[in-house]
Design a protein around this ligand. Structure first.
Ligand code: PMP
Length: 304
C-alpha cells in the first residue's frame, strides 16, 4: 500500500487483473469469476441493480444489514423482509414461501448481522435447488472467516453448482481493512462480468487495490488467520462468561454477539463501562462486537 502511494498520479489497472487473480488463486476459481470494488456495500448495490427494476421484489432475512432494503429501493424494486428463525439465522423455509413471480433477488446474510446465526452448506444447497433460475441469490459472507462450524472455502462449491449464485465478501472484517474500502464477489462469469461492466470504473483506488493483493499473499493470509484465531478465542471466552453470568444471548459464528434485553437500558449500561453497543430495540437486544481482551473485559463487567 505504501508502494502504491508513490504512483497515485496514475490510474489503477482498469480490469484489476492482479487483484482479481490474487483472490481467484486463493479461492480456487478463474479470475473471470471475480469482481472487486470499493467495499462489499458497493457490490451489493451493483448486484441489486443487475436484476431489480420497478415491479420486482427482493427477499431477505430481517433484522439484517441495512444496505439490503436500501439497494433494492434505490434500484426501483420492493424490499420484502422475512423474520429470522429463533436462533437468529435465516428461516429458509419462510424465505422460500415468501418468494413469488415478482421475486428477482434473494439476499442471504450468513452469518447474519446483527444476530450471528449461521446456516450450513447442506441447508443452503437444498434451498438453492428450490429457487428458480431467474432469481439471483446473493450470499453475503461478510463475516464468513469467523465461522468455525465449516471451512471458509466450503461455500465456494455453491457457485460452481448454481449459475444464479453470487458470493459477496469483504476486506473490512477479518482482514482489518474497513477504512481502506475493498470487497469482492465470486460468481460465474456472466454475473461477475455484468457486475464489472456496470460498475463505476476506477472506484476502487490503487491503494485499496494493492491492499487486496497484499492481503491475499501467503504472508497476508497468515496475518489474517492469526487475527481470526485470536478473535474466535475471545468470542468463545466472551460467550462462556455470558453463559456463566446467566445472560441470555444468541449463538454466534461471527465476531459479534447479540445479547437479549431492553436495548436502551443495555446500551446505557455498556456506555457506563466505556463500551459502545448497537441497540436493536425491535429485535429485543443489542449487538456487541468482540474486541481486544481488555475491551471484552470492560463489556463483561456490565454483568458482574
Ligand atoms: N455485509 C454485511 C453483512 C455487513 O455487516 C457489512 C458492513 N457492516 C457489509 C456487508 C459492508 O461491508 P463493506 O462495505 O465495508 O465491505
Amino acid at each position: 500500500m505504501t508502494e502504491a502511494l508513490q504512483t497515485v498520479n496514475r490510474y489503477p489497472d482498469y480490469h484489476r487483473t492482479a487483484a482479481r487473480t490474487a483472490i481467484a488463486n486463493v479461492v480456487g476459481v478463474a479470475p473471470e469469476w471475480v469482481a472487486v470494488d470499493n467495499g462489499s456495500g458497493s457490490l451489493l448495490h451493483g448486484l441489486a441493480r443487475l436484476v431489480i427494476e420497478p415491479g420486482t421484489t427482493a427477499i431477505y432475512g430481517w433484522p439484517s444489514f441495512e444496505a439490503y432494503p436500501a439497494s433494492v429501493a434505490l434500484a426501483g424494486g420492493s424490499p420484502s423482509p422475512v423474520d429470522l428463525n429463533a436462533e437468529g439465522a435465516m428461516d429458509l423455509a419462510a424465505l422460500r414461501d415468501a418468494m413469488g413471480d415478482s421475486t428477482r433477488l434473494v439476499v442471504l446474510c450468513n452469518p447474519n448481522n446483527p444476530t450471528g446465526g449461521f446456516i450450513g452448506i447442506d441447508d443452503l444447497r437444498a434451498f438453492l435447488s428450490s429457487v428458480p433460475d431467474n432469481v439471483l441469490v446473493v450470499l453475503d459472507e461478510a463475516y464468513r472467516e469467523f465461522v468455525t462450524a465449516e471451512d471458509v472455502s466450503e461455500s465456494i462449491a455453491l457457485v460452481h453448482e448454481f449459475e444464479n449464485v453470487a458470493i459477496v465478501r469483504t476486506m473490512s472484517k477479518s482482514y482489518g481493512l474497513a477504512g481502506v474500502r475493498a470487497g469482492y464477489v465470486i460468481a460465474q462469469e456472466r454475473i461477475a462480468l455484468a457486475l464489472r461492466r456496470s460498475s463505476v470504473g476506477f472506484a476502487l483506488n490503487s491503494v485499496a487495490d494493492a491492499a487486496i493483493i497484499a492481503a491475499f499473499s501467503p504472508e497476508g493470509l497468515q496475518i489474517a488467520e492469526e487475527r481470526i484465531q485470536r478473535i474466535v478465542a475471545e468470542r468463545e471466552r466472551f460467550l462462556a462468561a455470558l453463559t456463566a453470568a446467566g445472560v441470555s444471548h444468541l449463538p454466534t459464528e461471527s465476531n459479534f454477539v447479540f445479547i437479549h434485553g431492553d436495548a436502551a437500558e443495555l446500551t446505557k449500561r455498556f456506555e457506563a463501562q466505556g463500551v459502545m453497543s448497537r441497540p436493536f430495540p425491535h429485535a429485543g437486544g443489542v449487538r456487541i462486537t468482540i474486541g481486544a481482551p481488555a475491551e471484552n473485559d470492560a463489556a463483561l463487567a456490565v454483568f458482574n
